[in-house]
Design a protein around this ligand. Structure first.
Ligand code: MRU
Length: 363
């Protein structure tokens, strides 16, 4: 994807050949800042402070975090410590554990002196695979938009999305946004309703930013506006991402996703979830078994933004001492999901359909 006309991924190998450069997403959309990760500790901090976020990008950053650990110390102890520290950085995204397992399985059997080179090679491959997976999700989801466009005789297809399951949540393309970018690039008129996504406003700050950079028409709405728009027939299709989907198709995603799925169900609006294979947790069927991250209450009691003077500041919106709770994710039961858009095709949100698409995993 392009920022001010220049193509970027969301993270890349530094010019020194071992450090990792990331886009600091806590500064967007106000400042475009590149941050260097030089240690596994830097990678853990970047994930937990959400300088990088979004399930696929968290996974790729963790893979490079293991490489940074191996750059420093290739011992078994270093491998185990890096695995543990990165795994605890955020609890919900399945891609984190998937990427760490991939790395450990690859590195553990190697001679100690061979691990650093192998770690960078595997992390680089995971990043490239993520780009290809997202590209395929886009290609598989595109016909959904094309079909609606054909029915609408040239009027824009209105897609509602929640949080940021875009380019910034992956290495490139995004998951939920990939079909949208492909439709736009093909000249299909598409317009995106962007949920602001309190408390951290990933929709308002990140999704709107990247859609704007790519020239995709969009409108930011409050989180509570989706139901109203769906009742008025102003949403043709919902596409969201997911941090973890169970083997039976229950979908865990950013808090508020469930309410959108309920509104979509009540109004007959198709509700699709775009996801890469590594987001599926084959060990559980029931969404209630997914650990739901609870974050600092300050994210609810405070809002950050740019002042008229140009400074990025945080202001309190609650009375001092008001109790707050900050659940970061919720679960949408499979019965509310019209379909899952994967790199292998679109399927029902069911155990049978997922097993048919990923026979090697379900076995
Ligand atoms: O808390 P975040 O910003 O990491 O949450 C991100 C989401 O909920 C995304 O929808 C999900 O990770 C899918 S990203 C392709």
């Amino acid at each position: 994807m392009k920022i001010s006309g220049k193509a970027y991924r969301t993270l890349w190998l530094g010019e020194d050949g071992w450090s990792i450069d990331i886009i600091d997403q806590t500064r967007l959309p106000h400042e475009f800042e590149i941050l260097k990760l030089r240690s596994v500790g830097d990678a853990v901090r970047a994930i937990s402070a959400m300088q990088v976020r979004g399930a696929p990008l968290i996974g790729v950053t963790a893979a490079y975090g293991m490489a940074l650990a191996m750059h420093e110390d290739q011992s078994d102890a270093s491998l185990d410590a890096a695995y543990g520290a990165l795994l605890s950085a955020r609890p919900t995204a399945m891609n984190l554990r998937w990427a760490l397992d991939e790395m450990r399985t690859r590195l553990a059997p190697l001679e100690v002196g061979e691990r650093a080179t192998a770690a960078y090679a595997r992390a680089g491959k995971i990043a490239d695979e993520d780009v290809e997976i997202c590209r395929r999700i886009g290609a598989n989801g595109l016909p959904l938009i094309e079909e609606i466009a054909a029915r609408k005789n040239g009027a824009a297809v209105n897609v509602l999305t929640h949080c940021n399951a875009g380019w910034l949540a992956t290495v490139d393309w995004g998951t939920a946004t990939a079909p949208i970018y492909m439709a736009h690039d093909k000249g299909i008129p598409v317009h995106v309703w962007v949920d602001e996504t309190r408390p951290r406003n990933q929709g308002a700050a990140l999704t709107a930013f990247e859609l704007g950079q790519h020239g995709v028409p969009h409108t930011i709405i409050t989180d509570n506006a989706g139901g109203h728009l769906m009742r008025r027939g102003e949403v043709d299709l919902c596409i969201v991402g997911t941090d973890r989907t169970t083997a039976a198709g229950d979908v865990c995603n950013k808090i508020g996703t469930y309410l959108k799925a309920l509104a979509a169900h009540d109004n007959g609006v198709p509700f699709y979830v775009a996801l890469p294979g590594p987001t599926i947790d084959w060990t559980i069927d029931d969404g209630d078994d997914i650990p739901i991250e609870e974050r600092d209450g300050d994210e609810v009691s405070h809002v950050s933004g740019r002042t008229a003077a140009g400074n990025i500041e945080s202001v309190q919106i609650t009375a001092p001492g008001s109790p707050v709770a900050n659940y970061a994710f919720d679960v949408t039961p499979a019965r509310l999901v019209t379909g899952l858009i994967t790199e292998r095709g679109i399927c029902d949100a069911s155990k049978l359909a997922l097993a048919a698409l990923y026979p090697e995993e379900s076995a």
